[in-house]
Design a protein around this ligand. Structure first.
Ligand code: NAD
Length: 476
């Protein structure tokens, strides 16, 4: 597939390509151009040329384009989902949900198009002021590979609805769904140049987007260290910046919790997308009184979870996204084993043998009784590995939940409202779930505190965040 710039496909100036590998089979399924500074510049020029006419349209008119695009994505959801599974690995039914999720995001924003409002400020008898919200200009967006359609929707929908144009960079390993979505959006009436997709390496294309003087705002999702670099670069070029970084979400299961529901919550919270989700349950704290029963039932569910190629309808969990990801998970679990940092109850080694020969498969891995310095409690592990810690005092459970540099999400599983209130007010996180985990609807703001980032995706807040105010002072 080619890059998508100014309404047409484009090759790389130096004619280099990057393979896109199916993580379940190791096969090359397609290739995309390895972009250079030249294509980033071409994309910025296309976005600048499209800006005035797009920004002049009424918000509701822009919303109509998003509604049309959502309908088209729904119509083509099967083929888009197959592409997503092939390049990223998640089971087809999860890929279908993700593609529909992209349509949901477009529809949510289209439905609040008219909600963008300014202000009339009374300055006394001799003056008034009007405060208007305007688009920022050309915005840059950079995303990772774990949920390409959803992450693309979170950035593209509010930005273009607010009248901005965009230069977008998908991850090198999963660019195909994003390219297909952008061309479908144009078929639905999005003018060429409003959304431009440049493929390539982060250090080249990503950095060029962050540095480019024509781009006024950067929205980045990815690793904490890359985010730090992006922040430095964007700051030195005086750009607005929004960062969605990693997480090490705690899930606290209290003694009065519905154990069956909480176990289902862990299965989805940790093993959805093979554990490669920013808001996955990465640390599990279970009340001492129920932990034995809880672990026994969880282990049983884990034994029934089917790992395999996402195209197989019986698969519950697909492969990791690639070799590098698999190697990271193997190394972290080897550390737990070699340093005796906990008991590996299930899994613990990469899968091999029939069905797993060329893919990057790792089984669901439960680790009980992790020692306080266990690497699983301090690092973000992007894979299906879960440390389970017993707790019996709420203050202590909250202190452990907060003992991380991250602060993305957290959940409490209980029926006791006083506990909910305490956890909600004491846990450092951008979102706290009660008897749920992972779910992030487009209607509510989402983002992290501490090293998990700054700024918010979703909700009307993200729509406003893609605008800036301009004041008109009127003297009478
Ligand atoms: P990554 O930082 O390596 O890559 C993310 C994107 O940044 C890719 O497109 C990459 O090409 C690009 N990039 C790499 N180097 C760059 C540079 N120097 N300048 C500009 N762009 C550059 O992240 P990853 O490992 O692919 O993704 C996993 C991380 O993303 C995890 O930490 C996960 O928690 C996080 N994540 C966060 C959220 C959220 O909403 N908070 C959502 C999904 C994933």
């Amino acid at each position: 597939m080619q890059m998508w710039i100014g309404g047409k496909g484009m090759f790389s100036a130096d004619e280099r390509w990057m393979p896109v590998i199916n993580p379940a089979t190791g096969e090359e399924i397609d290739r995309v151009p390895e972009g250079t500074l030249y294509e980033v510049d071409a994309a910025v020029q296309a976005a600048e040329s499209a800006f005035d006419q797009w920004a002049e349209r009424a918000p509701r008119e822009r919303g109509v384009v998003l509604f049309r695009a959502a309908a088209m994505v729904r119509e083509h959801h099967q083929e888009l989902a197959k592409l997503l599974t092939a390049e990223q690995g998640k089971p087809l039914r999860d890929a279908i949900d993700e593609v529909r999720g992209f349509a949901n995001i477009l529809e949510f924003y289209a439905s609040i198009a008219g909600a963008m409002q300014g202000e009339l400020v009374d300055l006394g008898p001799s003056a008034d002021a009007i405060v208007r919200r305007e688009p920022i200009g050309v915005c840059g967006a950079i995303i990772p590979w774990n949920m390409p359609a959803i992450l693309m929707g979170w950035k593209v929908a509010p930005a273009i609805l607010a009248g901005n144009t965009m230069v977008f960079k998908p991850a090198s390993t999963a660019p195909l769904t994003c390219l297909s979505l952008s061309s479908l959006m144009e078929t639905s009436g999005l003018p060429p140049g409003v959304l431009n997709v440049v493929t390539g390496r982060g250090e080249v294309v990503g950095e060029a987007i962050v540095r480019h003087p024509g781009i006024r705002k950067i929205s980045f999702t990815g690793d904490m260290e890359t985010g730090g670099r992006v922040r430095e670069l964007a700051g030195s070029h005086m750009k607005e910046i929004h960062l969605e970084l990693g997480g090490s979400d705690p899930m606290i299961v209290w003694k009065d919790a519905d154990i069956g529901k909480a176990i289902t919550g862990v299965m989805k919270g940790r093993f959805y997308n093979a554990g490669q989700t920013c808001t996955a349950v990465k640390r599990l704290y279970v009340h001492h009184d129920i932990i034995k029963e809880f672990v026994r039932k969880l282990e049983d569910r884990v034994h029934h979870l089917r790992v395999g190629n996402g195209m197989d309808p019986s698969t519950d969990m697909g492969p990791l996204s690639g070799r590098a990801q698999l190697e990271r998970v193997v190394s972290v679990v080897n550390t737990v084993e070699s340093k005796v940092q906990g008991t590996i109850l299930t899994g613990g080694h990469a899968l091999s043998g029939p069905g797993f020969e060329n893919g990057y498969f790792y089984p669901p891995t439960l680790v009980t009784d992790p020692v306080p310095e266990c690497v699983l409690l301090s690092q973000e592990v992007f894979g299906p590995v879960l440390p389970i810690v017993p707790v019996d005092d709420l203050e202590n459970a909250i202190a452990q939940a907060n003992a991380t540099r991250y602060g993305l999400g957290a959940s409490i599983w209980t029926r006791d409202l006083a506990i909910v209130r305490k956890v909600f007010s004491s846990v450092s996180a951008g979102i706290v779930w009660v008897n749920r985990h992972v779910t992030v609807p487009p209607d509510i703001p989402f983002g992290g505190v501490k090293a998990s980032g700054m700024g918010r995706e979703n909700g009307i807040q993200a729509y406003y965040a893609y605008t800036r105010t301009k004041s008109l002072f009127i003297g009478w």
